[in-house]
Design a protein around this ligand. Structure first.
Ligand code: ZN
Length: 97
């Protein structure tokens, strides 16, 4: 995890090792996001609708290619083919601004 203040890499510590910035909120957000992504993956086949809700939440907490891919897969599982394709085009053509 990278410190947003000084850009030092930190290892799951609640305080930056270099500049002592408070990273606890960031840490909590990352944990919640990781949990949501694991939850979505686990529910993909048994509860695609629920998986979509948590995959969306993970993507909103912090968006990266991993969360976009997960969201695309959950959309596929919900038979939202157009929505999945839109995400696919997004990550092959680079991030939108
Ligand atoms: Zn720092």
């Amino acid at each position: 995890m990278r410190c947003p203040v000084c850009k030092a890499d930190n290892n799951e510590a609640p305080q930056c090792r270099r500049c002592k910035a408070d990273l606890s909120l960031l840490l909590a957000l990352e944990r919640r996001r990781a949990q949501a992504m694991a939850d979505a993956a686990a529910r993909l086949t048994s509860d695609p609708g629920g998986a979509l809700t948590v995959a969306d939440e993970a993507d909103q907490l912090r968006r990266d290619e991993e969360s976009r891919r997960l969201l695309a897969v959950t959309r596929l599982m919900n038979r939202d083919f157009a929505g999945a394709l839109a995400l696919r085009q997004e990550w092959t053509s680079g991030p939108r601004t």
